[in-house]
Ligand binder design. Structure first.
Ligand code: COS
Length: 384
């Protein structure tokens, strides 16, 4: 749902300008230094980008899902590290508090997240619990007015910068699986909370992940999200339904950028006496990419509108994430191919994008997890 087409268009135009004039020219710097420059962080803060999805009452822009995916189409056109920096506050790090938090928790944390004063991280994955998220082992044992947390969370985006962590931990050893999991807001600086070494990743330079380690970390019971035990896994799944749609939209933006770059290259690069864009085998790669991006764009928009209409879009979000991220991988591969040898050297952005977009098929649920979610929902619906 788009609330006001004109207002949205102004926002999208200013974002496109910001991406084109400020972010794209700094991509190499971010890749080389493995950091988002402070002036860009402040620029993103001034533009209100940390609170895009948070309601206006908490200082955010309160965008709808359809508006959000349109924004993600634009942000996807540059290095994912920029989006990643604002991504957790708009998505996995804040949405659990927004959807299931108490009034006090929302009032206390969401304004700081919306302004970018505070960064948040989402702590679900563990060394032995990735796709099988319900098998997580981090424990939270009630002790008076507190819970004592023990365990390790892995690959946590923005953990080195975060002021709060939304942590899924097991409050019940008797209830196996999902029903024994609760969600907590843990503040940085809590005694017993420490960070592991930075992960050295294939791509996404400038976006930082590491372990978050809990060793007898005492967390006040008031930090239990929603004040209810045993529903933390559901909170995480609802957060991911939304996050998956966002990643699908980012994949569309990234694929559009790569294809634009490849088309420009194909028009400039001459072989056999003419621009390679005039060769039909190159045209096939351009055309297949264009059509697949278009299909993804339609799919993402449709799923976003359904979510705004109040439908459960677990299936659609997984379809969009699976199709769009796989599409993005195919487009990346073709665009390297169109660049030929130039696509394998870092002078051209496609070499970096090829590595960056590989993650889209993995995080917030692998393609294989999306297949499982889709098929399970189909079977459940068929059986009534
Ligand atoms: N919204 C709300 N509730 C949901 C839900 C959703 N999208 N998906 C599942 N649930 C609920 C189920 O209804 C079930 O509740 P009941 O026991 O009351 O019926 C509960 O959560 C457990 O669900 P399920 O039985 O489907 O859990 P499984 O352990 O079988 O696993 C998958 C579910 C595999 C889908 C889940 O573990 C998953 O998404 N894994 C990937 C994790 C991931 O994306 N990690 C990325 C890192 S985070 S960036």
């Amino acid at each position: 749902m788009i609330r006001d087409t004109e207002t949205l268009q102004i926002l999208l135009d200013s974002l496109r300008q910001f991406v084109g004039e400020v972010l794209i020219p700094r991509e190499n710097e971010v890749a080389d230094t493995d950091a988002i420059p402070q002036d860009i962080v402040e620029h993103m803060q001034a533009m209100g980008l940390f609170g895009l999805t948070l309601p206006e009452e908490f200082g955010g822009l309160g965008v709808t899902m359809e508006e959000e995916v349109n924004i993600a189409f634009e942000l996807g056109r540059t290095s994912p590290a920029f989006r990643s920096y604002i991504g957790t506050n708009n998505g996995i790090g804040s949405i659990g508090i927004l959807l299931d938090g108490t009034a006090e928790q929302k009032q206390h944390y969401l304004p700081k997240l919306a302004s970018g004063e505070l960064l948040s991280s989402f702590c679900l994955t563990e060394p032995d619990a990735g796709s099988d998220a319900a098998s997580l082992k981090t424990s939270a044992v009630r002790d008076g007015d507190s819970y004592i947390l023990n365990g390790t969370k892995r690959f946590i985006t923005n953990a080195p910068h975060a002021g709060i962590y939304t942590v899924m931990a097991r409050t019940s050893t008797e209830i196996k699986g999902a029903g024994g999991i609760s969600a907590f807001i843990v503040e940085r600086g809590t005694p017993g909370v420490s960070l592991g070494k930075p992960d050295h990743k294939m791509g996404h330079k400038g976006a930082h992940t590491c372990d978050v380690i809990f060793e007898n970390a005492r967390v006040p019971a008031s930090q239990l999200i929603g004040g209810v035990e045993g529903v933390g896994f559901k909170t995480a799944m609802k957060v991911l339904d939304k996050g998956r749609l966002h990643i699908a939209a980012l994949s569309v933006g990234a694929a559009e950028r790569m294809l634009d770059d490849a088309l420009r290259y194909a028009l400039e690069r001459k072989q056999f006496g003419k621009p390679i864009a005039e060769f039909q085998l190159i045209q096939a790669m351009l055309a297949d990419s264009k059509a697949e991006i278009y299909a993804s764009r339609c799919m993402v928009l449709d799923a976003a509108r359904k979510r705004d209409d109040g439908h459960n879009v677990s299936t659609e979000a997984s379809c969009a994430k699976m199709f769009s991220t796989e599409m993005c991988g195919r487009v990346a591969d073709r665009c390297v191919q169109i660049h030929g040898g130039a696509g394998y050297v870092s002078e051209y952005a496609i070499e970096r994008f090829y590595r960056d977009v590989r993650l889209f098929r993995i995080y917030e649920g692998t393609t294989q997890i999306q297949q499982i979610v889709i098929a399970r929902n189909m079977i459940r619906d068929a059986q009534g």
